[in-house]
Design a protein around this ligand. Structure first.
Ligand SMILES: Nc1ncnc2c1ncn2[C@@H]1O[C@H](COP(=O)(O)OP(=O)(O)OP(=O)(O)O)[C@@H](O)[C@H]1O
Ligand SMILES: CC(C)(CO)[C@@H](O)C(=O)NCCC(=O)O
Ligand SMILES: [K+]
Length: 262
């Protein structure tokens, strides 16, 4: 019987939980079901317990990680007693991957988990990973399987909030509007102009960063990198990117589940 992993990626906007089936290298752990904790309500241990109850506690291995340490501690404190104690990964230096950056202990765990997932799925192949969460990150993995660093930029909702919070006249464009119809580039009113800037600005930024990374890698690396796309807003980007991407909506959680195998 294959092992079942309960993994949690505790992000800045929400915590994502999943039950995953452990797998061998070159195949990412399969996501069986997911559960979200949005931070506008207190963490409900009973809800997590109910989510995990499709599997006997004895079958489960639990992993807890992410970039929001405060919410990680909250989950640890209220972890359901019926479930096995989670293995908690608070810093990237605890993860089984080489971090070729200035301050390895400062790199977001979510970025590194994504890198681990790509190494697990395609060992020996370099990767560029676009993760559109609260922040959007574009990161690079070498063909030797090391995390090389990347770029961090504001995500859609964060950009919308910044435009509203730091100006006198700009309205807040809610997420539902950002997710709505693809906007005309020439906005005919404030709302339309903000929607244009939010959508096409993010598309342009990601295209530019990826193109520059590809050019830089081409100078030293023979294999072309695989480009992965993940994060809450991945669907908004995918259709407008100038290159082919592999969509892996659960990449970070799958990376955490891979840690169980490494
Ligand atoms: N249906 C949706 N619900 C919530 N967020 C969405 C949705 N669709 C797109 N988004 C976008 O995805 C972002 C949240 O994505 P995600 O859950 O990956 O972020 P996170 O993991 O909480 O943040 P972090 O970057 O800290 O990991 C929102 O800020 C928003 O821009
Ligand atoms: C960049 C984010 C916010 C992306 O979720 C997260 O990975 C983080 O808080 N990182 C810490 C700084 C760093 O990665 O260099
Ligand atoms: K993330």
């Amino acid at each position: 019987m294959s092992r079942i992993l309960l993994a949690a990626d505790v992000g800045n906007t929400r915590a994502k939980f999943a039950l995953l089936k452990a797998s061998q290298r070159q195949q990412l752990p399969e996501t069986l079901s997911t559960f979200l904790w949005k931070y506008d309500v207190p963490f409900a241990r009973a809800d997590l317990q109910a989510f995990a109850s499709s599997h006997a506690a004895s079958e489960l291995e639990c992993f807890l990680s992410g970039s929001h340490l405060g919410h990680i501690e909250e989950i640890v404190e209220f972890w359901p007693k019926e479930l096995p104690e989670p293995r908690v990964i608070r810093t990237s230096t605890e993860l089984p991957i080489e971090l070729l950056v200035d301050y390895p202990d400062k790199v977001g765990v979510d970025r590194v988990l994504n890198a681990i997932a790509t190494c697990f799925e395609q060992p020996g192949v370099p990767a560029i990973i676009i993760d559109t969460g609260t922040a959007t990150t574009v990161d690079v993995v070498s063909s030797a399987g090391a995390f090389l660093g990347g770029a961090i930029l504001p995500g859609y909702e964060l950009s919308a909030h910044a435009l509203h919070d730091y100006t006198n006249k700009l309205p807040l464009i809610p997420l539902q509007e950002i997710l709505g119809e693809v906007p005309a580039v020439v906005g005919k009113n404030t709302h339309a102009a903000l929607r244009s800037g939010l959508i096409w600005g993010q598309v342009g930024a990601v295209n530019e960063v990826v193109t520059r990374i590809q050019q830089e890698l081409a100078q030293t690396v023979v294999l072309r990198p695989t480009i992965y796309l993940t994060g809450g807003a991945a669907d908004l980007l995918q259709a407008h990117l100038n290159f082919k991407t592999i969509a892996r909506p659960q990449l970070t959680l799958q990376g955490l589940a891979c840690v169980a195998e490494l």
